[in-house]
Design a protein around this ligand. Structure first.
Ligand SMILES: C[S@@+](CC[C@H](N)C(=O)[O-])C[C@H]1O[C@@H](n2cnc3c(N)ncnc32)[C@H](O)[C@@H]1O
Length: 261
């Protein structure tokens, strides 16, 4: 069975890394994605699958001098970028990077007031196992907050070849329909109560063009015809130019409370 869904986060070629560094920035417009986590000064927060650290640095700002952020990822290059960016942002003291193996989290039980995880669980080999790990490291009364896509809900116009291209790009995900499954996974892990929300922000100006680019790259890996992919990208670009493009990738937010018992 292909393990591309995991491997493509371990070996990242330079142009994709440059795209990720630009994409995975924290923007104030993303605040609704984080709000249910109720991040406050003084907390110990785990950011699971931190990438180049946009969210981790925002968390470090929010927890202040008395707080701590554990930025966890499987990719050592991302963690080096997090350390560099944290130093540049003046929050290096508040961030500790942790390299994980993707299956377990090398942190002690009940160590985190908050666990946040954004756009990661679709890639992990065993999402139920990682949600159980979140439950283990969450402190009593703590909050675990996941936001993720569901690639079955990714809509694009113009849509010619979109569905076929996304079917091929599915090789990049272990669980492409993770969004709809998170609630059940949280229930199985023992969180109580669990809140769910949907955040859907339509893109009409090409803000998601780099996401589309990545999907075509994944589809190419799966053998999708390169000329059809180029024609697909050209139609998207023409539609953006003509102000006829539309895309939406809803984010599924699930917030679980760790029981105090
Ligand atoms: C789409 S990026 C999201 C980065 C960041 N959370 C954000 O939203 O800006 C996915 C991240 O998950 C990491 N990742 C992939 N599989 C993982 C696993 N099994 N355990 C931990 N991190 C993983 C990747 O290395 C990458 O940094």
């Amino acid at each position: 069975m292909s393990t591309f869904y995991k491997d493509h986060w371990v070996d990242i070629e330079p142009d994709r890394m440059a795209r990720y560094e630009a994409m995975f920035q924290w923007r104030d417009g993303q605040a609704p994605l984080l709000a249910p986590a109720q991040i406050e000064a003084g907390q110990r927060v785990v950011d699971y699958g931190c990438g180049p650290g946009g969210l981790a640095i925002e968390l470090a700002r929010r927890v202040g001098d008395g707080g701590k952020v554990f930025a966890v990822d499987i990719n050592a290059d991302f963690l080096a970028i997090v350390e560099q960016r944290a130093a540049e942002a003046g929050v290096a003291e508040r961030i500790e990077v942790v390299q994980g193996d993707g299956l377990t989290i090398p942190l002690p039980a009940a160590c985190a007031d908050r666990v946040v995880c954004k756009n990661v669980l679709e890639y992990v080999p065993d999402p139920e196992g990682i949600v159980a790990e979140f439950f283990r490291i969450g402190s009593p009364d703590g909050i675990v907050h996941v936001s993720d896509s569901d690639w079955g809900a990714f809509l694009v116009s113009p849509e010619e070849d979109h569905a076929e291209m996304m079917a091929a790009a599915g090789v990049a995900f272990k669980t492409p329909h993770i969004g709809r499954r998170l609630y059940g996974m949280f229930a199985d892990a023992g969180f109580e109560p669990i809140e769910t929300r949907l955040v859907a922000i339509p893109d009409t100006v090409g803000g998601m063009r780099s996401v589309i680019q990545n999907m075509t790259t994944y589809a190419a890996t799966a053998g999708f015809d390169e000329d059809r992919l180029q024609a697909f990208r050209d139609r998207i670009d023409a539609a953006i130019e003509a102000k006829r493009y539309f895309a939406v990738l809803p984010q599924f937010l699930v917030t679980g409370h760790v029981p105090n018992a």
